[in-house]
Design a protein around this ligand. Structure first.
Ligand code: ATP
Ligand code: MG
Length: 359
């Protein structure tokens, strides 16, 4: 019941109850005086009767007023006290104190609005904690990935300094390792730069209609030109047009990162990469499938996370920072597309990307 209704009813009660009580008192006192005690209607009896009637009525007035005021104010004050307690708890950082109310009055509405505010505050805090955790992980990974090549560069320079590289061949080997480590750092810094710019949405995207089929034909032609031992296949329906809105350079970068993985995590002599295109309703689905190492099922859900490298890759000699696929994901997200992976250990990996088709 609304507060307004409650107040109106209690006011009506405060008028009606004493009036009714007056009748009841009149009848009861009359019965006691003139039937039960059988008193005469003389002036003393009437005076006593009137006095008693007045005091009883006064008592009824005080009791009904007091009770109604107590119950109505309690029904208003209790939720206010609960709300005030909640604000105090939230002020102290406790966001688990629920103020949900299943009643239907104005204060219940206020409590439930407050409850919604508490829930969104809690969600915002969880998200903020997650961001903070990610930021700390990111700093730790960056420091580690930069520290490793720097340590070996220092080691090799120290070696040259101490005369360990005592032959021209040794010196040349030391110098080329130093160069390779510096290149590795350069690559990592470039990837990091791109990753953080994509993360902050600071990379401009230049969207234009792009025929994915023609684009992939050129891309794979270029790839096989440099990798002649690689078997590449492109499957698509010749009669269909796979037109999407995309930033050509970013798509080039994304596909390069995926293909680099296919080549890097390859353990077979007959290296194979299959690329296929198909229309799925109003989307174009691209699948890049390799016959490489594959990814363990418990590692598959994390490969698009920044700095994530599967155990087998971390322990192998193949370099990498674990940013490649997270950059791909950011690029696909910026295109409004979706990306996921399927893999069978030892058999190979398929990366699926879906883009909205241009009509
Ligand atoms: N085609 C693939 N075959 C097997 N494992 C893969 C494949 N693609 C990705 N992975 C696994 O997923 C991890 C994350 O890939 P990602 O490209 O993000 O990082 P990376 O290749 O380790 O480093 P980067 O690409 O930054 O040089 C890899 O370390 C590897 O374990
Ligand atoms: Mg990679």
């Amino acid at each position: 019941m609304s507060i307004q209704k409650r107040l109106i009813l209690s006011n009506i009660g405060m008028i009606i109850l004493p009036i009714l009580s007056l009748f009841v008192i009149e009848i009861v006192l009359g019965f006691i005086f003139f039937v039960f005690l059988n008193r005469e209607t003389d002036s003393r009896t009437i005076e006593l009767f009137s006095g008693l009637r007045f005091f009883t009525l006064l008592l009824v007035l005080i009791v009904t007023n007091g009770l109604l005021t107590y119950f109505v104010s309690r029904s208003i004050l209790k939720p206010i006290q609960k709300l005030s307690q909640a604000t105090e708890r939230i002020k102290q950082g406790d966001l688990d104190y629920s103020v949900y109310s299943n009643k239907k009055d104005e204060l219940a509405k206020l409590s439930n609005n407050f409850e919604e505010m508490r829930i969104s505050l809690k969600e915002a805090r969880t998200l903020q904690d997650k961001y903070e955790e990610n930021r700390q992980e990111l700093i730790a990974s960056i420091s580690h990935d930069l520290k490793t090549p720097i340590t070996s560069i220092k080691g090799y320079i120290q070696g040259i300094h101490d005369g360990v590289a005592n032959s021209p061949e040794k010196l040349s080997r030391y110098l080329s390792t130093i160069y390779q480590k510096a290149e590795q750092m350069d690559g990592l810094i470039d990837e990091l730069f791109l990753y953080s710019k994509l993360d902050l949405a600071q990379v401009p995207f230049d969207f234009e209609p792009l025929d994915l089929h023609a684009f992939l034909r050129d891309f794979l032609g270029e790839l096989t030109f440099y990798q002649d031992d690689l078997e590449v296949e492109l499957n698509a329906n010749q009669n269909e047009q796979y037109l999407i809105y995309a930033d050509r350079d970013k798509i080039y970068r994304a596909i390069t990162n995926i293909m680099q993985n296919s080549l890097k995590y390859m353990n077979k002599k007959d290296q194979k990469i299959d690329v296929s295109l198909q229309s799925v309703k109003d989307h174009v689905e691209m699948v890049i499938r390799d016959n490489g190492l594959g990814i363990a099922p418990d590692e598959l859900p994390f490969i698009f996370n920044s700095f994530y490298r599967a155990d087998s890759s971390r322990n192998s000699s193949t370099g990498g920072s674990g940013l490649g696929l997270s950059i791909v994901k950011k690029i696909v997200d910026a295109h409004g597309g979706t990306i996921w992976a399927e893999s069978k250990e030892k058999n190979g990996t398929s990366i699926y990307i879906r883009f909205k088709k241009v009509r």
